[in-house]
Design a protein around this ligand. Structure first.
Ligand code: CU
Length: 300
């Protein structure tokens, strides 16, 4: 049995070393990379990058404490009943059926707990709802099955954002998350986000921004974000919208204000062609690629 104890000792040392390495690794990657995307074996939510998401995460943690205390209390009561009032210890049960004080308590206390939860919850809802003095606006349009982005106050810049198919992925690009033309936004800027759709209901969802807004045909929904750290953030359409629902990801690059101005200059040239082509052709192109080729020279 000596070898066994030696083995376990060594084994536990190895396990400790691996755990320590993993801890260091997690700490380092968390510190460097503000690339927020779902990770394998991820626990918890993606790290917050906007004031809204920071509050959402904090509220989530507060609720976790309350839920934990309630579960602990109920578990305690159950254990007490199981031990103190089991058949052996308490062969002749009492016939008591009502106790006004206890009944009042178990009605009023949960109501109080709900009120305590409701106050910060409503505060947060109104904080998310109202755009505080936006510096710029972007318009997000959901299509089957891609997104298009408009910058109405940046010289009417507009472009489509499509998934990069698996066969075209370059090393480092994320499968089902990377797109050809990401949305680029400046950091430390209050951005009003208008969300709408052209065909079915989609939903523009970026976990680390705390932004989730339905894209509904004929409606202009509003949200806002103020990205605090430069980085790359990923999201997905999270409203089942048809057969390619899983293939319309969202990629946002948050850059400094200077970098954003530089990108804007290039983007205006790069995406100018699409504006000349016109929206009517673009819609035709998505529904029937073969027809679009025929229609394109018509000059819409
Ligand atoms: Cu969708």
């Amino acid at each position: 049995m000596v070898w066994l104890s030696l083995f376990t000792k060594q084994r536990s040392k190895q396990v400790l070393a691996v755990l320590a390495l993993a801890g260091v690794g997690i700490a380092v990657t968390a510190a460097i990379a503000w690339a927020e995307a779902p990770r394998p074996w991820q626990l918890g939510m993606q790290a917050p990058a906007t004031p809204v998401k920071e509050r959402l995460s904090a509220f989530h943690d507060e609720l976790l404490v309350i839920i934990f205390l309630i579960a602990l209390f109920v578990l305690g009561l159950l254990l007490y009943v199981i031990i103190r009032f089991n058949q052996r210890r308490n062969p002749v049960p009492t016939r008591t059926s009502h106790n006004t004080v206890i009944e009042m308590l178990w009605t009023v206390v949960p109501v109080l707990i709900l009120v305590i939860i409701a106050i910060p919850s409503f505060k947060l809802m109104y904080f998310m709802d109202r755009v505080p003095n936006p510096d710029m606006t972007i318009k997000v349009t959901g299509h089957q099955w891609y997104w298009s982005y408009d910058y109405p106050d940046q010289g009417d810049l507009a472009f489509d954002s499509n998934l990069i198919p698996e066969s075209d992925l370059k090393p480092g690009q994320k499968r089902l998350l990377d797109v050809d033309n990401p949305l680029v936004v400046p950091v430390d800027t209050v951005i009003r986000v208008y969300v709408t759709g052209t065909d079915v209901i989609h939903s523009w969802f970026i976990p680390s921004f705390g932004v989730q807004e339905y894209a509904v045909i004929g409606r202009l929904n509003e949200s806002w974000m103020k990205v605090e750290h430069p980085g790359v953030y990923y999201g997905q359409c999270n409203q089942i919208c048809g057969v390619n629902h899983a293939f319309m990801p969202i990629k946002v690059e948050a850059v400094t204000k200077d970098e954003f101005q530089r990108w804007l200059q290039g983007a205006k040239k790069k995406y100018a062609r699409r504006e000349e082509r016109g929206d009517a052709v673009r819609v035709a192109a998505t529904s029937a690629p073969a027809d679009a080729a025929r229609l394109a020279p018509a000059g819409n």
